[in-house]
Design a binder for this molecule. Structure first.
Ligand code: PEP
Length: 234
């Protein structure tokens, strides 16, 4: 079983979600399909697909106009929330500390956080990829986790750019993440790969050791693109 998670970012409509959910009902798969959609689409009937949010407030409640708390997300019936997505880190200056606070609140509300880590092009070129990934994992994950979490490795330079690292680079990053998680006592935590996944590379990427699934942006928006990714692996 692999995790196939879609990230719709700020795209789609409630009608489009209904069309996607309808299209997914007849897909024969044992993979776990998750759609992380804009807040306004949470709470819609999603059949066998689990819904998730794409961000959560770092505060529990109160005077934070415009923010959405973990408890509010959980109340919609959503099960997952992405935290630390590269676009949040880039445009909203989210640090590992903020990501960890968000993950903590998600966990207390019973949500499974999908915690994203990954290096920028600048960090890659400076030879810091492994250090950034390891500190991202160590600093973004709350201590004493005793619930499910998911980690996503998303090389930031490759997201939405149609670029992908080599298989060897993905394997190296995922081995480091798996080893780091084991050192933290978080055995068996699923680690997803994300950045420019599409039907033509999904199976190959998911055959790399320690890749437990994929986080898909652009190619998760349309059933014709997303379904072949889901069915590309058993
Ligand atoms: C993402 O936004 O998490 C992502 C992986 O995007 P894309 O697949 O479009 O690169």
């Amino acid at each position: 079983m692999k995790f196939i998670a879609g990230n719709w970012k700020m795209n789609g409509t409630r009608t489009a979600l209904k069309e996607m959910v309808d299209a997914l009902q007849n897909v024969d798969t044992e993979n776990k399909v998750i759609l992380c959609v804009p807040y306004t689409m949470l709470g819609l009937n999603s059949g066998k697909v689990s819904l998730g949010a794409q961000d959560v407030s770092a505060h529990e409640k109160g005077a934070y106009t415009g923010e959405i708390s973990a408890a509010m997300i959980a109340e919609t019936g959503a099960k997952y929330v992405i935290v630390g997505h590269s676009e949040r880190r880039q445009y909203h200056e989210e640090t590992n500390d903020i990501v960890r606070q968000k993950a903590e609140l998600a966990l207390s509300a019973g949500l499974t956080p999908i915690i994203c880590v990954g290096e920028t092009m600048e960090e890659k070129q400076a030879g810091k990829t492994m250090a950034v990934i390891e500190s991202g994992v160590r600093e973004s994950i709350p201590s004493d986790v005793n619930q499910d979490i998911i980690v996503a490795y998303e090389p930031r330079w490759a997201i939405g750019a149609g670029l992908t690292p080599t298989e060897a680079e993905i394997a190296e990053a995922h081995k480091l993440i798996a080893d780091t998680l084991n050192n933290m006592g978080l055995y068996g935590t699923p680690v997803l790969y994300g950045a420019s996944v599409k039907a033509t590379n999904a199976a190959e990427i998911m055959s790399i050791p320690n890749v437990d699934g994929v986080l898909v942006g652009g190619a998760s928006l349309k059933p014709d693109d997303f379904i072949p990714i889901i069915t590309s692996v058993k």
